[in-house]
Design a protein around this ligand. Structure first.
Ligand code: ATP
Ligand code: MG
Length: 233
């Protein structure tokens, strides 16, 4: 499978719709994110932030061009594309099974690697000493992830991205469902647990979350209306 070596992402004239006869939800969006950059994406509800993540993976109908490491993604098959970009959705669906199976479905990694990722992701640090059940690699995940909070599911999905060593990671932050402590844990893990060369796009609901980003992207009604450093905006 194709694997991006740098995580540079360029988008040219990207438009998207959910069905052939449906309205366009992204209009002519163009931007470039360089390798290792941290970008915050903001915009009102319905402005197209999640749709942008789906369009990058061609999960919805798109027009325009997307380049990964200067390679047009329409030359990649969908499997390669979807293994090259890790997207953590607002409400991740997990596999039923264990934490281990979710982190490493093809049994490619040692426990030490998986435990390192869990630690770096912050999942363990969210546990309290008096919690009845300690999470381990063998802890069971109910169908879809129902026995974990949405925030914990996002953290587990983040740990999976760390195990995969994704060079391009897009986090679609959960909205109201997430508590302050979990949100902070995720932000802290992103700051400290990722390799420096990982390109990170964070869809954020609090401006404070993106103030230390390299660049901020503002979407409004499916259009990119601002893209620059926090100082410029
Ligand atoms: P939020 O901050 O609430 O997550 P968002 O910026 O992620 O909002 P999107 O979910 O991308 O917004 O929605 C953009 C537009 O696409 C909206 O008009 C929405 O109604 C439409 N849309 C979203 N999901 C679907 C879907 N599954 N089918 C059809 N239209 C959709
Ligand atoms: Mg959304």
């Amino acid at each position: 499978a194709y694997w991006p070596s740098s995580g540079k992402l360029s988008v040219e004239g990207l438009s998207a719709r959910y069905s052939a006869d449906g309205p366009s939800v992204l209009h002519d969006v163009s931007f470039t994110v360089n390798s290792g950059e941290r970008v915050g994406i903001v915009g009102r509800t319905g402005s197209g932030k999640s749709s942008l993540t789906l369009a990058l993976l061609r999960c919805i109908l798109t027009e325009g061009k997307v380049f990964l490491d200067d390679l047009p993604t329409n030359t990649l098959n969908l499997d390669s594309l979807r293994s090259s970009i890790t997207i953590i959705p607002q409400v991740p669906e997990l596999l039923s099974g264990t934490i281990r199976q979710n982190l490493d479905p093809f049994e490619e990694h040692d426990d030490a690697v998986l435990n390192d990722a869990l630690r770096a992701s912050g999942l363990f640090s969210l546990q309290r000493d008096d919690d009845d059940v300690k999470l381990t690699l063998d802890s069971a995940i109910a169908s879809g992830g129902g026995n974990l909070s949405v925030g914990q599911r996002q953290i587990l999905a983040l740990a999976r991205a760390m195990v995969r060593r994704s060079k391009l990671l897009i986090l679609d932050e959960a909205t109201s469902a997430i508590d302050y402590e979990t949100d902070n844990a995720i932000q802290e893990s992103l700051r400290t647990g990722l390799d420096k060369d990982v390109t990170l796009l964070t869809i954020a609901h609090r401006l404070q979350t993106v103030m230390d980003a390299d660049k901020i992207m503002v979407l409004d009604a499916g259009r990119l209306v601002e893209f620059g450093t926090p100082r410029e905006l």
